[in-house]
Design a protein around this ligand. Sequence first.
Ligand code: C5P
Length: 232
Amino acid sequence: MQRAPSGWEEYKKLVNEIFQMIPDKEMYRDAALERCRVCSVVGNSGNLINSHYGPMIDDGDFVLRINRGPTKGFEQDVGSKTTHRIIYPASAVDMDNSTHMVFFAFKTADLKWLAHMFTSHNVERGKMPVKSGIKANVNLVMVVSPSFMKYVHHQWLQKHGRYPSTGFMTLIMALHICDKVRVYGFGADRQGYWHHYFEKILPKQKTGHHGGNFENAILKELHQRKKVELYV
Ligand code: C5P
């Protein structure tokens, strides 16, 4: 967690405020032998175009989508079901009433954004443009503990990069809460471009910031060791 200028007092106050608005309970600690929860983790890679993975993705008990990744108009390749959408303020989009907003806070200002979103809708603007009035069901909001993000950064990424990508944190989260993890939309497309399936390819995207190499190597290893199924 990036430190707040006003220190931890503000952080603690915000956490209190947030958990008075949203459910304050631990989720998905219900692992049992008779349960097999299949999850589709859907990244935003252009390798989804013409994949026809839509029906298989929707077949998952949980379908976790990341940031802005839309479904409308892309159903055949990415499906239409979204049980969880993983976001941070700058990537937030409207979601329907049955989707869990899974919130990653990188700094105290992000928690402030969340608190204000469901109260006044007056959001302070930081360096990144953020939307102020996101539609989401307040009763389904889940906030990921900053200690989980730290765990992913330290244990899985050996502190590579400033912090893990939203996609990588979602992948590790899925390993914790699902019994079978199927991964779609991660990595470059067949021509080596790192673009989004919902955007045109820009020339500079030959090696995009998602080249994130270390994360990708881990994903491939997880696939090789049969811990996840990676669909490219
Ligand atoms: O670009 P964005 O961060 O919204 O994408 C969500 C996630 O999808 C990324 O964090 C990354 O893990 C994955 N992604 C990818 N290759 C791309 C685009 C996205 O692996 N070309």
